[in-house]
Design a protein around this ligand. Structure first.
Ligand SMILES: NC(=O)c1ccc[n+]([C@@H]2O[C@H](COP(=O)([O-])OP(=O)(O)OC[C@H]3O[C@@H](n4cnc5c(N)ncnc54)[C@H](O)[C@@H]3O)[C@@H](O)[C@H]2O)c1
Ligand SMILES: [Zn+2]
Length: 360
């Protein structure tokens, strides 16, 4: 399989995503082509480094900076450890920070790169499906505050993204599925072809066949790249990527980020949005059923029957997507198409939540 290249045309910095099976062997050349400054540091987690660090041994990188990568470590003190290591090594402006891990490592080390010396070069080498299709693209970096997720952050576009499908082989099945729900999101919002492909090829996808994975990862990257290029700072069109994320984020918050992987919460969020859309006559019931069937076919989700609609609505009022008191909601209008509304009433929301399986 030949590597696939997807260009991300963000106004502040255009860059390429290179995707392939086993392409980390050629990382050094990809870094050179991206003109990543020559002192290259890598930030990873102990687990990812143990599993895959050897793949980077020929890339000419400095000693790795290893930090813990659970969501609860996605905090300023961990970023501080990265700064400490950079200062100790006398990293200067002619340095590149390569992130090697899932979205947590990418966001944290990306934030360190955005702020160290007011910004040094960044290259993402994502190792989870979620990071390859989503978090490594678009330049959002940041960390959580004890009072809220991703409250501290910046936009810092990378010089390059290098996604090697081979590293996905060690990803636990649940993490893999969590990333797949974001792929379903791209299909439902932007590409009926991608949506159908997930359903059709699910056995090969779960077997992690490189050519089949490459097709869905590349298509996801193309969709995110196009949206990000059109709206780098999320002023408008980029909002479609929030499909499923209003109820999804609320679900993560009410369960204190413990019960769900992010993608699992988004899966429920997509179902809630689809119920809302059907109730409004914006989406055909058969399209909602197709989404529900696809999600169900990917495996079981953690239960929600103990959670109330009131808890969920309360959490949604705190969403970042509330602009001037109005909740912007991305509704599907067909498989592959959406519209954004800002007049969803709490009673309507309560009904959609109940139809999805939340308690009254
Ligand atoms: N910046 C963005 O635009 C953006 C978009 C979406 C999500 N995010 C952020 O991404 C984070 C979630 O990312 P994630 O789902 O990748 O989680 P993660 O980074 O926590 O990784 C999940 C788990 O998989 C392990 N892991 C990573 N690669 C592995 C591999 N190849 N084999 C085996 N195990 C591996 C990690 O050690 C970790 O335990 C969240 O913090 C979220 O806010 C950011
Ligand atoms: Zn998401």
């Amino acid at each position: 399989m030949h590597p696939i290249r997807v260009d991300v045309g963000t106004p502040s910095r255009p860059y390429a995503i290179t995707l392939g099976d086993g392409i980390l062997d050629g990382l050094q050349q990809l870094l050179d082509e991206a003109r990543a400054p020559s002192r290259r540091f890598v930030v990873s987690s102990p687990l990812v480094w143990r599993l895959h660090g050897a793949r980077l041994s020929a890339a000419g990188l400095e000693e790795p900076i290893l930090v813990p990568d659970g969501e609860r470590h996605k905090q300023l003190p961990t970023v501080s450890r990265i700064y400490d290591a950079l200062v100790r090594a006398h990293a200067d402006r002619a340095s590149t920070l390569v992130t090697f891990g899932g979205g947590v490592i990418g966001d944290m080390a990306g934030f360190a790169a955005a702020t160290y010396l007011r910004g040094i070069a960044l290259v993402h080498v994502p190792t989870t499906l979620l990071a390859q299709v989503d978090s490594a693209i678009g330049g959002k970096v940041g960390v959580n505050h004890p009072h809220g997720k991703n409250l501290l952050g910046a936009f810092h576009q990378p010089h390059a993204v290098v996604a090697d499908l081979a590293v996905l082989g060690t990803l636990p099945r649940r993490e893999f599925r969590a990333g797949l729900y974001e792929v379903v999101k791209y299909g439902m919002t932007s590409s009926a072809g991608l949506f159908d492909r997930i359903a059709r090829d699910s056995a090969a996808i779960f077997a992690r066949q490189p050519d089949v994975l490459a097709a869905i990862v590349a298509e996801s990257c193309r969709i995110k790249a196009a949206v990000v290029a059109a709206d780098e700072r999320e002023a408008g069109p980029r909002r479609v990527l929030n499909f499923g994320h209003t109820a999804g984020h609320a679900l993560e918050a009410v369960t204190k980020y413990r019960r769900f992987r992010h993608g699992e919460a988004v899966a429920y969020g997509m179902l809630v949005a689809a119920e809302l859309a059907v109730m409004r006559g914006a989406l055909a019931e058969r399209d909602r059923a197709a989404l529900a069937d696809l999600i169900a076919s990917l495996g079981p989700l953690p239960p929600i029957a103990d959670l109330t609609t009131a808890q969920m609505i309360e959490a949604m009022q705190h969403d970042k997507k509330v602009v001037a008191g109005r909740l912007h909601y991305v509704l599907p209008t067909a498989v592959g198409a959406t519209s954004i509304v800002d007049d969803v009433a709490p009673t309507e929301l309560a009904k959609a939540l109940k139809r999805t399986g939340f308690r009254k």
